[in-house]
Unconditional design. Sequence first.
Length: 312
Amino acid sequence: MSLSRYALRRLLFGAVQVLAVVTAVFLMVHALPGDAAVALAGDDPDPERVEVIRRALGLDRPVLERFGEWLWGLARLDFGASVVSGRPVADTLVAALGPTVVLAVLTLVLLVPLAVAAGVAGALREGGPLDRALTSVTVGLHSIPEFALAIVLVAVFGVGLGWLPPTAVGVDVLAEPAVLVLPLVVLLARPLCSISRLVRAGMLDALASDYVRHARRLGVPPGRVRFAHALPNALAPAVQQVARTTDWLLGGVIVVEAVFVIPGLGTVLVDAVAARDLPVVQGLAVVFAVTTIAVNLLADLVAFRLAPRAAA
């Protein structure tokens, strides 16, 4: 199958996934227990205020009508307005987007070269001291939940030693890079372990394959055999794991932002759920879901390009 045909097939499947996710988000948000209008009206709600909020949320209209209007708004990148602040949801998301994007992008930028280097180093020295040390560290780190690791790092390096800011309270995250060091370590720990182990396993399989043995018989230099023939095939499953790591990052960022008090999308989501701000919850859910689908689509295309048999 050609790359263009495979890309078209994946794009169509991605479009179906987006529509299914958007529908599921709408139905699940509106199936939440309790009356959102009553919850937003306060402890002693005035019936008139409850009715005003109900009209603002569109709860007085049929579900299909509300869903159609919401879909039409999404097509125009209009997520509606927050019922708490009155601001457009898109403006709220854009205002909180910076710290989350910086954390996610820096994590991926550091993750890929570090994981590939660790995996290749372990594979080329299979069974040696370096391989055993990397295995011990990765297995140990992978077993620690991110929230526990975050609390330990804050206690040791933020409070105990005072080397790094423990939280982002009163600090401009984008202007003070030191605030991001501990969150980045937390976000990198588990995916670095899993992807490096995957690269190691893929590299060992590739080095033992028939085409690598044939390349060696032809007198191809060892460096070219390892990095031009074996490594691309070893990276194909790792690329797909990086995409799955993006799914984990979306949840991990919420935890990290909560622990380190970083004003990003995760904090906005937690606040919106607590306040039952349904338009903001829906908007964030759609953004997270579409991002996940887009990243997985890109990863599938890269994996197909690296090793068509592995991705087809």
